[in-house]
Design a protein around this ligand. Structure first.
Ligand code: NAP
Length: 244
């Protein structure tokens, strides 16, 4: 479970622990990962592990997955959730802004999936869940992020095709507005108080509220479940209303 020290990732990690899985909380900072892993273990009584790794770094990913395999067993569920935003209008977007976003979302998901699939193929069972976004459909100021999140969808469908015969499914969750530090940062960039941003956004959403990390955790739990084995290569928009 990547990017799991806070936000959506922490909620998914907790939910998977409640579901009875051993959970590795992988995030950039080892201490923050361990803190979240400990809090989850205290709440659920499950076995957890905190690992510090940059998912865009090939050696770091290899080391992290080896550590998880040694301490918790070979990973058969992978949630590619680590993410960053570097928003800017196209004419002001730097190459670094572009590369950083591609690096964490696409390169990170690729490295994690390539490393973890060996354990899944060996087990003849696996579940991969990739975090896309409604921004995949286009969003002003997010040329880099929307391209990465659309890329996650194509990546997911290809994993589903390649890995299906090994009992491995791959699906993508495309959240709309979820109340986390990431959306707080967007509000700050737009110079709008976060509470006003939430209120305004909720008015545009059919269910009249913004999403919470637990909304995404619920869907991730479903995709990771035994019973979801015939559902693969799908993108589900979790946005409080239809998106296409
Ligand atoms: P968040 O609160 O910003 O959390 C993202 C986590 O990813 C942070 O813990 C961050 O670590 C970690 N991370 C960043 N770069 C990393 C790297 N290179 N290696 C490992 N971990 C890294 O974001 P969130 O809102 O929970 O979003 C989670 C996922 O959902 C992302 O993929 C995001 O794009 C997607 N999403 C979110 C929304 C939304 O409305 N919030 C909507 C659609 C999709 P640090 O704390 O150390 O930076």
């Amino acid at each position: 479970m990547t990017g799991a020290a806070r936000g959506i990732g922490a909620a998914v990690a907790k939910r998977l622990s409640e579901d009875g899985h051993n959970v590795a909380v992988i995030d950039l900072a080892e201490d923050a990962s361990q803190e979240t892993a400990d809090a989850i273990a205290a709440a659920t009584g499950g076995k957890t592990l905190g690992v510090g790794a940059d998912v865009s770094n090939e050696d770091a990913v290899k080391g992290a997955v080896e550590k998880v395999a040694a301490e918790l067993g070979g990973p058969t569920i992978l949630i590619n959730n680590a993410g960053i935003i570097r928003d800017n209008m196209l004419f002001k977007m730097s190459v670094d802004d572009w590369d950083a976003v591609m690096g964490v979302h696409l390169r990170g998901a690729f490295l994690m999936a390539r490393t973890c699939q060996a354990h899944m193929v060996e087990a003849k069972w696996g579940r991969i869940v990739n975090l896309s976004s409604t921004s995949a459909l286009g969003n002003r100021g997010q040329a880099n992020y929307s391209a990465a999140k659309a890329g996650m969808q194509g990546f997911t469908k290809t994993l589903a095709i390649e890995l299906g015969k090994f009992g491995v499914t791959a699906n993508a969750i495309a959240p709309g507005f979820i109340q986390t530090d990431m959306t707080a940062a967007t509000a700050a960039r737009m110079k709008v108080p976060f509470d006003d941003f939430i209120k305004f956004s909720a008015e545009q959403i059919p269910v009249q509220r913004v999403g919470q990390p637990e909304d995404i955790a619920h869907l991730a739990s479903f995709f990771a479940s035994e019973g979801a084995g015939f559902i693969s290569g799908q993108v589900v928009y979790a946005a409080g209303g239809p998106k296409d």
